[in-house]
Design a protein around this ligand. Structure first.
Ligand code: B3K
Ligand code: ZN
Length: 902
């Protein structure tokens, strides 16, 4: 065991400009897996903006072997090497620094820096991986142009790629060859990349808006070439969309995407050479589900959009991470919504919005309520990789969306145009972005800064008062934070500017025209209005309201807040049936379900008999039969809130009670609506050739939801018949995987009838897809997510699967498929009261910590909310956390357990 890493806290308030700047970087690599040689030639000069004009040059470096260092071509004595880098003293104003060092890609299991995967070389430099390649001023505000020479054995590494344009290539003695790449754009070191190996590309050319021809390539291992079409098509769509929506054009002659199967996250936006987890590139009908296809389009878009929001304009320091991530997530959300038809069809846009809000509320609200709570722009960190969070990404995207809600699409565009005009080629801050939005729209956005600096989820309490005589409705909005974690509470300083969209429904469910007191009577009256809440409490009076209306609040989720309003169940059912805002129809159904489920969970805890109100079943049945709603929207409305979300809504989370309550509701809905489910199943088949378009995907989603509900019936005959047929006949992975998942559920519900069928399907699935790692990931994940049944804990299956020859603790996708799926998405089985899940978790965190601290730290987060749980679980959770605190050595894991236990 290595000694614990020291935990230095880095603070935003301590930012100082770099003492030196680096204008040009020339890198030469002799690529050998065991020991790669790097020669780095840097043009360095003192930063005129720096405070200390006599400072030493301090370069970061990790896991490197220094071979030589010269200053202006002369050996330099005043060099001190330490654990985290080196210090060069007595340097002139401007000079050429040449460093030769070695690194060890073959044994680099951290997947940060330069590493080997399936025999090929890849890099990952964000956030601080470049220092694992060579000594450098590895911070985003040091921007340089790069020239890169790669040399390697030609047979083993026929393809040599780096950022920018290929300027030269050729052969060398001893079967070696070289390639030289030049990136004309200044960039921070975190955007550097190289790739070398046996790869092939699908490519096409494309003429961009200004008439320039560009080369687009998707590089993969040869056996995956037939799975690259969708990624390449997605890239073309993303390029077009950014031209149209934001007037932003591809600036390089060549844009490359490379897929790698060992990768810590989704993908990386290296300039001109995006490196992707295979999961977000490879897809065909037999290997990928509808959701995979959609995710690929969105991630390809996301990384491409970074070319402007992140690369052309980058972050001054890592506290500004949301400057590029929140903005780019917002852009990819808008892109996906438009691609699904959202530009002309509000219901299609709502389907995407619901998916995004679901993630925000389940993950980000929980993060904001726990020990890792931090503002969109964090104030401090120990390990920056721990702050690639749902708060920085998803809440950050909501913050950008609020500019659009306040100023409209055109206003957002004006702000973006000004942002690029001011800051192209610079490393800037979230304040700079806000200033561009404010100036372009002539608004004072000083108060809006609090969205960047305050942690915790705001709540808006709503009161209404209808005056029939005056025909007015007065709406009072009050904002507060409720009970925040100490980490969040200390950041909360005052009220936010909250754009609050709403409508008012009459007794027929029609939108009423909305006119605020004081507005001229002849002004057109919209039916959705965005109120700007800026005070702690504020009232708004609508006039000419002929009858007492039902409010539809926070339409389209116009701000990342929790709305507190006491709807009756009848009112929610009415909104579910009538609201013109499709998002709020879904929202009403979720509120109704949440209320029913939480009260059932209490009944479970008190050993009372369970009962589901008939009105609830009727409301859900009506949605299921409502052909005016798209299948995709119906599927979302009929999907109950997740167990994780529900547990989070309890004062003390009780996963077992939530699970029983939710299972009870699923069984009741299955039985009461049996004929409707069967009809829905039949009506939403998608015969013919597979096409992942959103309309077909929506049908499959509803059909497969119906199938899964049918699996909850006491008599499994129908479900078993349909599921087996679907499994055998499916011409696509969406249907095959859904059938397999349903069979696994049937096995838990009715072992006597379904055991053999489920096992046969699992075996057949494995045999058929054994050479496709991403599909085998699904095979592991489905088993890790299964219910306990027939006296068997899912943990026993998971432990058994860890001994399967295809399991590999060094491959993050496999670890996420098996271990994360169990620890993070199977709450009932993970939180067994015997503490077995927690002991397993601790073992795996510690094992992973020695291999890959970033992945280990992610897993650590599954237990950070331990204080939220019922006392019987809290103690075994604490014990597991303490075990990890004692045995883990990376600062990544130590930061998380430290905060969890503090
Ligand atoms: N910027 C990368 C994330 C890097 C994570 C480093 N731990 C991918 C993205 O957000 O596009
Ligand atoms: Zn990103």
């Amino acid at each position: 065991m290595s000694k614990p890493a020291e935990t230095t806290v880095i603070r935003r308030a301590d930012y100082t400009p770099p003492a030196f700047l680096i204008d040009n970087v020339e890198l030469e690599f002799d690529l050998v897996p065991e020991r790669t040689l790097v020669r780095s030639t840097l043009r360095v000069r003192r930063n005129p903006q720096a405070g200390d004009a006599a400072a030493d040059l301090e370069l970061a470096g990790e896991a490197l072997e220094l071979l030589s260092l010269t200053v202006d071509a002369r050996a330099h004595d005043a060099v001190t090497v330490h654990d985290g880098g080196l210090v060069v003293s007595n340097v002139p104003e401007a000079f050429e620094l040449v460093i030769e060092n070695a690194c060890r890609p073959a044994t680099n299991t951290t997947l940060s820096g330069l590493y080997v995967s399936n025999g090929n070389f890849f890099t990952q430099c964000e956030a601080e991986g470049f220092r694992r390649i060579t000594y450098f001023l590895d911070r985003p505000d040091v921007m340089a142009t790069y020239r890169v020479t790669l040399r390697a054995d030609q047979a083993a590494y026929p393809v040599l790629l780096s950022n920018g344009n290929l300027v030269d290539s050729g052969t060398l003695p001893h079967g070696r060859h070289y390639a030289k790449w030049e990136d004309p754009f200044r960039k921070p070191s975190y955007l550097f990349a190289l790739v070398a190996g046996k790869l092939v590309a699908r490519e096409q050319t494309m003429t961009t808006r200004s008439g320039k021809e560009k080369l687009l390539q998707v590089w993969v291992e040869p056996h995956d070439l037939d799975k690259t079409g969708h990624a390449l098509d997605s890239l073309v769509r993303a390029i077009r969309w950014d031209e149209q929506r934001f007037g932003l054009e591809l600036d390089l002659d060549r844009f490359m995407i490379v897929a790698v199967s060992d990768f810590n996250m989704g993908a990386m936006e290296n300039k001109g050479l995006n490196i992707f987890n295979t999961k977000y590139v490879l897809a065909n009908a037999q290997s990928a589900t509808d959701i995979d296809f959609a995710n690929i389009e969105s991630v390809v878009g996301h990384e491409y959009f970074h070319n402007w929001t992140g690369n052309r304009v980058t972050c001054r320091d890592w506290f500004q991470l949301s400057l590029k991530e929140g903005l780019t997530v917002f852009r990819d959300q808008e892109f996906s919504a438009d691609m699904a038809g959202g530009a002309t069809d509000p219901a299609a846009a709502a389907v995407k919005r619901i998916d995004d809000v679901r993630v925000l509320r389940q993950m980000q609200f929980a993060e904001d309520a726990g020990p890792m709570a931090h503002p969109v722009r964090p104030e401090s960190y120990v390990e920056i990789n721990n702050f690639y969070t749902v708060t920085v990404y998803e809440k950050g995207a909501e913050v950008v969306r609020m500019y659009q809600t306040l100023f409209g699409r055109d206003g957002l565009r004006r702000g973006m145009d000004l942002y690029f005009k001011r800051h192209d080629g610079q490393a800037v801050t979230c304040d700079d972005f806000r200033a561009a939005m404010a100036d372009a729209n002539h608004r004072d956005l000083a108060q809006f800064e609090r969205w960047y600096s305050q942690a915790g989820t705001p709540r808006v309490a709503v009161r209404t008062a209808y005056d029939p005589m005056a025909r007015t409705l007065t709406l009072t909005l009050a904002q507060h934070y409720g009970e925040s974690s100490p980490q969040a509470a200390q950041t909360q300083k005052g009220p936010l500017l909250i754009p609050f969209a709403l409508g008012l429904l009459d007794a027929q469910g029609r939108d009423m025209p909305l006119r605020l007191q004081g507005e001229p009577a002849d002004a057109g009256a919209a039916t959705t209005r965005v109120l700007e809440l800026t005070d702690t409490e504020q009232s708004f009076t609508f006039v000419d309201i002929a009858e007492k209306p039902l409010p539809s609040l926070l339409r389209n989720f116009s701000a990342p807040v929790i709305v507190e309003y006491d709807y009756t169940s009848d009112e929610l059912a009415f909104l579910l049936a009538h609201d013109s805002d499709p998002f709020n129809r879904w929202e009403a159904g979720q509120r109704l379900a949440t209320r029913a489920l939480l009260s059932l969970a209490t009944q479970v805890q008190q050993h009372e008999p369970l009962e589901l109100p008939a009105a609830f079943i009727a409301a859900f049945g009506a949605v299921l039969r409502d052909a005016s709603l798209s299948p995709a929207l119906r599927e979302q409305a009929l999907t109950l809130p997740s167990e994780t979300y529900l547990a989070e809504q309890m004062d003390e989370a009780d996963p077992a009670a939530v699970h029983q309550a939710r299972q009870f509701v699923r069984r009741r809905l299955a039985a009461a609506l049996r004929e409707d489910w069967l009809a829905a199943y039949d009506m939403h088949r998608t015969p013919g050739e597979y096409d992942p378009n959103p309309a077909d995907a929506g049908k499959r989603a509803l059909k497969n939801l119906a199938l899964h509900y049918l699996a909850e019936l006491d008599d499994p005959t129908d479900a078993l018949r349909l599921t087996r047929a679907q499994f055998d006949e499916a011409n696509n992975m969406t249907d095959r995987a859904a059938a397999l998942a349903t069979l696994i559920t049937l096995r838990a519900n009715a072992p006597a009838q379904a055991q053999a069928a489920a096992q046969a399907a699992l075996d057949a699935f494995y045999r058929r897809h054994k050479d496709d790692a991403l599909v085998i990931d699904k095979w592991f994940a489905l088993q890790a997510q299964q219910r306990g049944g027939a006296g068997r804990r899912t943990l026993d299956t998971v432990r058994e699967l860890m001994r399967h020859p295809a399991f590999n603790l060094k491959n993050p996708n496999r670890v996420r498929a098996l271990i994360f799926s169990f620890c993070a998405t199977n709450p009932d089985q993970f939180h067994l009261s015997d503490g077995s899940g927690y002991a397993f978790w601790a073992e795996q965190v510690i094992a992973l910590d020695a291999i890959n601290p970033q992945v280990a730290a992610r897993l650590t987060r599954s237990l950070e909310r331990w204080r939220k749980f019922v006392p019987a679980l809290r103690e075994p959770m604490r014990a597991a956390l303490e075990k990890v605190a004692a045995d883990a050595s990376s600062k990544d894991v130590r930061e998380i357990v430290g905060k969890a236990l503090a």
